[in-house]
Design a protein around this ligand. Sequence first.
Ligand code: ACO
Length: 448
Amino acid sequence: RKDAGILAMDIYFPPTCVKQEALEVHDGASKGKYTIGLGQDCMAFCTEVEDVISMSLTAVSSLLKKYQIDPKMIGRLEVGSETVIDKSKSIKTWLMQIFEEHGNTDIEGVDSSNACYGGTAALFNCVNWVESSSWDGRYGLVVCTDSAVYAEGPARPTGGAAAIAMLIGPNAPIAFESKYRASHMAHVYDFYKPKLASEYPVVDGKLSQTCYLTAVDKCYRRFCEKFEKFEGKQFSVADADYCVFHSPYNKLVQKSFARVYYNDFLRNCSTVDQNAIEKLKPFANLEAEESYQNRDLEKTSQQVAKALYDAKVGPSTLLPKEVGNMYTASLYAALASVIHNKHATLDGQRIMMFSYGSGMTATVFSLKANKGQHPFSLSNIASVLNVQKKLEARHEVSPEKFVETLKLNEHRYGANDFVTSNDTSMLSPGTYYLTNVDDLYRRFYKKV
Ligand code: ACO
């Protein structure tokens, strides 16, 4: 099958958000710690009427409607999420309601979960299905949905929430370069959710940063080797028009791109300029372990890679900075930001993607864009995503209200027999919301 990949996309994030600047003041953090230190502007969060199920229902029904897809034409549906609600009952089964209504229950796939990586696993499954002999000619549908919330403390400003739906099929405007793919997977306790009565993870922040950067190095190196084996020429970051990273917070993305450039320097790539070579020379013989802790290397590599960062990474950072870490949806919200910003000039360009899930699982893979044909064209995807409008329509909430909401959600997590406020005043038409949970823990949703 030619050019299997992403045919269409839509994104939903809650309209409620808190400004990082206000959160700094509220938390007593030093001025600039969240905005400059972490590089974040704003953070979306679910109120008690929204959750990962309602967001995914909203994203899927919106995608089907806006691209006029007959629900009978979906043959595989996969969900990536790390937000646990019914444990054994997948979020995918919730989404089946939309398809049952149209008489389609012949849909393969369940949920994939490993921290922020589940969406990528789901996407690979769908693309592989389209490229396989078991493909029945219908579309695949991938949904990434997560609500990222942390206990009070340094990790709290790195939350966020969103759901993304992606339609998968052949002749896609965002096609997979399936040959070029490299992973790094290992056992670590950097971030995990062993407390089943709480939505909050146990997180070793410093370790998670090093794990992430180690995974960038390992995946990128292997990706370059594979590319070279297939193409008979060296790969460097100059061969990627855009680099899109999973984004827990923007500062880590800045450091990751600098790391990629440092790798190109260590690999003697001809595309690394003379000035950068001079500045990076003192760090040429650092042991890998040492290099993650070296502040001078961090600063110098970020500085020499700055212009390339602005051109190749900058366009992907809008939604992750405005919405926060969306876990499984984060990488694809960054991709959506590239489409939003660059759809007019993306034809023929290569996008290098880095997916990371704690625990840990990571892959670098490659996408190639082409204009596509309506409704599956880059310009139509950009207009359906409607990123600017969705951002502008949000309601800024005070940090006090944000903290109060999280407290209520803590209380409600895993609880039964309650009715929500049913307050839909912030939600736009077509948005699903939670009405109540009965004594058997069954959840009920309605649509605005
Ligand atoms: N002005 C400007 N910058 C500041 C200021 C200030 N006033 N104060 C601090 N900073 C900088 C720091 O120097 C640091 O930047 P640097 O790394 O370039 O030196 C940055 O702000 C953060 O400050 P730290 O003290 O390192 O932050 P802290 O340790 O309190 O928390 C952390 C950061 C560990 C990322 C925490 O938010 C966390 O645990 N988050 C969740 C885990 C996470 O997202 N990990 C990433 C990969 S795994 C995943 O995707 C979940």
